[in-house]
Structure formats: C-alpha cells, structure tokens
Design a protein around this ligand. Sequence first.
Ligand code: NAD
Length: 359
Amino acid sequence: QSEIQRSARPAPDRRGGGLRVLVTGAAGFVGMHVSTALRRRGDGVVGLDNFNAYYDPSLKYARRALLQREGVYVVEGDINDVALLEKLFGLVQFTHVMHLAAQAGVRYAMKNPASYVHSNIAGFVSLLEVCKSANPQPAIVWASSSSVYGLNTKVPFSETDQTDQPSSLYAATKKAGEEIAHTYNHIYGLSLTGLRFFTVYGPWGRPDMAYFFFTKDMLRKKKINIFEGPNKTTVARDFTYIDDIVKGCLGALDTAGNSTGSGGVKKGPAPLRVFNLGNTSPVPVGKLVEILENLLNVQGKKVVLPMPANGDVLFTHANISLARHEFGYDPTTDLETGLRKFVKWYMEYYQPLDRASLV
Ligand code: NAD
C-alpha cells in the first residue's frame, strides 16, 4: 500500500505537471518507456500489468525491475479485475490514466481471438467503468492503432479518413475501443484521447515484431521471410521510434484536461480526441532488412513470399499534422538511427538474457 502511494506521489519540486498517472500495460514495451519518462520529469506513476505470456514474460519482469529502480511500482493484475482497480483508485486520486494494456499483434489474433476480446474490449470497458465513478474522474489517454485504417488506400492516413474496414480481429478490437470511448465521453463526460500508434520500435521492444525477429533470425543464420503484395507490390511501414512516441504520449497527457475538477465539479464538456502518432515516412520492409544487415554485419537469408491472408495490411503512412498542431508532436528519429540504438540494446542486453539465441 505505502509503496503504491509513494510511487504515485509527484516529486515535491514539481518538475513535470505534478500528475498522478495510472499506467496500464506498464511492463510492456511502450508502457515501460512512458512510465520511466513520466517519473523522470517528476510525475507520480503506478503501473498495472498482468504479465501475460503472449511473449517472453521474463522480458516483462526485466522491464519491471528497471521501473522499480526508477521508483515506479508495478502492480501485477488484470484490467478486468474491477475490485483491484477500485482498490487502486481508493488509494490514489489519479489525475490521468495512460491505458496501454492490450493484447497486441495482428497475426496472433487468428490463434487466440478470445484474448483480444478479453483485454481490448472487456478490459477497456471495465477500466472506463471504474474511471467514470472515480472522484475526480481522471483524464484517459489510450493506445489505439494505425491498424484501424485497415484496407484504407488513401495516403497519408488522416484521422478523418474512413475506418470501417479493419482487416484483422486486432484492428477490429482497436476500432471497437474508439467507439466505446465515444460512448463514455458522451454519456459520462469522461475526457478521452486515443493515440493511433504506427509500428513502434526500439530498445526493450517486442519480440513478436518483424524488426526484432529479423534481428534474432539473422544472427542465428536462419531464413527470414519478406512478404510482398499482389503484383509484387512492396510492403511498407511508417516505423516510429519509441522516444518519439513517448514525447507524443506526454504531449497528449499534458493537454488532456480533466473532465471534473477537484471535488468532482464538472468543468465543462470533456474532450474526445484521436491523433495519429507516426513518423510520416514509410519504409519498405526490404529496406528495413538492408539496414539491419549493415548494422549486424550479416547477410540475411531472405525468402520473398506472397503475403499470406493473415490480417496484415500492405502499407501504413501517417499524417501527423493534427498532433503537431495540438501538442507539438515532432518525430525526429530516422529508421537507421533508431535501429542502431535497438541493435546496441539487443547485443548488450537481450542476447545474454535470451539464452536460447546462443544455441
Ligand atoms: P506490449 O504487449 O509490450 O504491452 C502491453 C502490456 O499489456 C503487456 O505487458 C501485457 O502483459 C499487458 N496486458 C495485456 N493484457 C492485459 C490485461 N488484460 N490486464 C493487464 N495487463 C495486460 O505492447 P506495446 O507494443 O507496448 O503496445 C502498447 C499499446 O500500444 C497496446 O495497446 C498496443 O495495442 C498499442 N499499439 C502498439 C503498437 C506497436 O507498434 N508497438 C502499434 C499500435 C498500437
């Protein structure tokens, strides 16, 4: 209890905005980085994560250990556990919730669809139910995804574009999250800000993402599959470096504004906002591999295959002018610079941790 309250307390010198933030998914890739950045500027942070086994939980526990050293306490629990959430809100008057907990990954949705409904839909609703009754109500910033653009072909993707053709169950649950957010904003006056992240990468990243498993497989001299679209179309992603995403998350939190003032007094209509957080410069997956080959000094055993029908889209490309205008979002890291930092971390930290890669 006291550890949670200590972790939630903003630094007395009020660097940062003096926020008290509940970060869900804090032991995840983005969650770890956002929690660290908030704590380092003096905000109070409590993490929540269920440490699920979607990918190597030891990586999540290592992230938690790092957060512990930063003074961030991470509670082990599920966002569907309403009693636990109520207990946390009873201990701390959170000003903000940074909701990052989710079942991520497009392809895994074909293997375990129920986990997406559990975390991304039911879990989001249970969190919003608790937030709506909290006094004061916290402002909520949550992770949506570029995947909501689905089969949209108009580039770059803008927030006003149609999102009515999600091409995977993951995308559909992220889209459902946006609809649910609208409802809670409309009925209960909750302040909600959705961030559509575009392929986030960097140190402490997710082993299920292509840049990560390409690195692992190339170092083990294994084959890597590079998919291409119909008629040999190039597959490209708007890869966005984690530090840029973190700045976007902090900008969104700082401009979120509570829906209720102290004592639950309503300040006026609460905002419902949605922003793209991308890099505005899509890179073909073949180029990603080429950069990794140079950085690792390894010739990849590339196999080019037609893209399977697994829910992945051909390309993503963010228009970020809205986030730029609203909170000065300005990504500055190009793919080569960001991958260099990822590879350094991988060699120094992950490879020794991941003993299997030595076999
Ligand atoms: P991640 O899987 O590393 O982090 C998510 C964390 O949430 C994990 O640590 C997991 O254990 C936790 N979690 C999952 N279900 C939970 C539950 N029911 N209760 C409590 N904790 C739970 O993923 P990430 O890359 O850090 O993604 C963070 C958010 O951003 C997710 O919402 C994801 O959908 C979204 N997103 C990520 C990317 C990307 O490229 N990384 C792109 C678009 C959107």
